[in-house]
Design a protein around this ligand. Structure first.
Ligand code: TYD
Ligand code: MG
Length: 471
């Protein structure tokens, strides 16, 4: 049956292209919306990226030369920026502080945003809570294309969310959703999820990349033309990218990932693209029996879990506009293998190997004969190199089996020549660390620093790091 439907669609597509060629004297090409591979023939599976039904038709007119006089077409109206009213519309705030901060200080009217994450992570729960808060001042429409209205109702009872300004529908056909929005003009339109929406008159298969692209395009126009904030949810694939990857991320104003941590019930909302705010901004929530509850004081939570033990070092990194206090944990053990193991999570594997090599070279310790296990606590990922000094201290502390000074934090980069380098934004990091009881700073010799109540230990080179371990 499935085969028959597909073969009918293939046949229709081929006929359509052939007809278009004869009647309009046009040339067509097909471009993969996933990897931009181009071919003159439509094929079901892209030979380049192996995505199914991702080829989208481009029609190239024969009469497209610049000398052609266009009859009956209204030319575009041009204007200078001075005549444009620059007054920004006020942002749409929910009273959920973590949400408002991550979206860039409230939702921008007329923007199109995507919330994505693994199934069951809490996207629908978060959106229902946000929708209800926004509905106290604005009109919100919630189109649930995945769950029935009964399922939504039971969730709403659990979350104790209900408001007369928040209206629901289980319609999933895009043109009917758009027609409703055009007629009723809500302030916020939520579609949960975009992958379950379908377009009746499209030449693409429901759920395909082509259709996703078409849906995002239509919703973008809706949001801009009628100043409606459109929020859509999207699933992510096994590889952790939004299904129909580049397509959605490029077309929308902002993309947020809701991510979970294996051990806690904590969820992180991360801005990965935002035309109206900072990227990498993080918001924290706890999944509880009555929905997602904000965790505004995440550092208190993180610091309470830190142990004062050999192999542990505290570092601080900026995530968006917020400094986070994280624990690095290292375990080094004399290896019985010819190729000692390096098992790293939360940090680039190569970065740990590099710091171990620098220590071996300049401090003359035999880390190359040791297995190294290394992790960042709390399931966080560190990208920059401002945690280099902390990485070195964690490795040395495990190697010598001696803890670092209690309540100390390491802030510095390490160069290939073994020098400890200063880092940016140290003022913010130190202020936050002091708030949570840090009393000793381990930093670079030439790091400039404002006045602080902490004890400061400065290091010029990795040789000097061993002085902390009674060596
Ligand atoms: P859901 O919002 O449906 O996830 P998504 O839309 O991302 O697929 O979240 C479902 C999970 O959240 C489910 O495992 C149950 C849990 N949950 C709670 O723990 N507490 C709650 O109050 C709610 C509504 C859900
Ligand atoms: Mg859902």
């Amino acid at each position: 049956m499935q085969k028959k439907i597909i073969s009918d669609q293939y046949f229709a597509k081929i006929t359509m292209v052939f007809y278009a060629k004869i009647m309009n004297k046009t040339r067509t090409s097909f471009k993969c919306s996933n990897c931009n591979y181009t071919t003159i023939k439509w094929i079901g599976c892209c030979p380049e990226c192996k995505e199914w039904d991702s080829l989208v038709e481009n029609i190239i007119s024969h009469h497209g030369g610049s000398n052609k006089v266009h009859v009956g077409i209204t030319p575009a109206h041009l204007t200078s920026l001075t005549s444009i009213d620059a007054q920004e519309q006020p942002r749409i705030l929910s009273s959920i502080g973590e949400w408002d901060r991550v979206v860039g200080g409230g939702l921008v009217p007329g923007s199109l945003i995507v919330i994505t994450g693994d199934p069951g992570i809490g996207k629908s729960t978060l959106l229902l809570q946000v929708a209800c808060e926004i509905a106290t001042t604005k009109r919100v429409f919630y189109f649930s294309t995945e769950e029935s209205l009964q399922q939504l109702k039971s969730r709403a009872i659990r979350l104790k969310t209900a408001h007369n300004n928040l209206l629901f529908s289980d319609a999933a056909e895009l043109s009917s959703i758009i027609a409703t929005a055009q007629q009723e003009k809500p302030d916020v339109l939520i579609i949960d999820s975009i992958q379950n929406c379908y377009i009746n008159d499209a030449n693409t298969l429901p759920g395909s990349v082509g259709q996703l692209r078409e849906a995002a395009f239509q919703l973008m126009r809706l949001s801009k033309e009628h100043t409606i904030t459109v929020i859509i949810t999207g699933h992510i694939t096994k590889e952790g990218i939004i299904a129909g990857p580049k397509t959605l991320e490029h077309m929308v104003d902002a993309v947020f990932y809701l991510q979970g941590e294996d051990r806690w019930q904590t969820r992180m909302l991360r801005a990965v693209k935002n035309r109206f705010g900072a990227i990498n901004e993080l918001g924290f929530f706890n999944m509880e029996h009555n929905g997602l509850q904000e965790v505004p004081n995440i550092n208190a939570h993180l610091i309470s879990e830190i142990s004062h033990a050999p192999g542990s070092a505290i570092v601080s990194i900026m995530e968006g506009s917020r400094p986070l206090l994280l624990e690095l944990q290292a375990l080094t053990n004399a290896s019985k293998l010819t190729m000692p193991q390096r098992v790293v999570s939360g940090l680039d594997h190569k970065q740990v190997v590099l710091i171990a090599a620098i220590l071996e070279k300049y401090v003359k310790i035999k880390l190359s004969m040791h297995d190294i296990f290394f992790k960042v606590s709390g399931g966080f990922r560190i990208k920059g190199s401002e945690s280099d000094l902390g990485t070195a201290f964690a490795l040395l502390s495990s190697y010598f089996q001696e803890p670092l000074p209690e309540k100390s934090i390491a802030l510095g980069e390490i160069s290939l020549t073994g020098q400890i380098k200063p880092i940016n934004n140290i003022g913010y990091l130190v202020k936050e660390a002091e708030k949570f009881g840090i009393t000793t700073l381990l930093i670079a010799k030439n790091q400039t620093l404002e006045k602080t109540s902490c004890v400061i230990k400065r290091f010029h080179n990795v040789y000097e790091l061993v002085s902390l371990f009674g060596q």
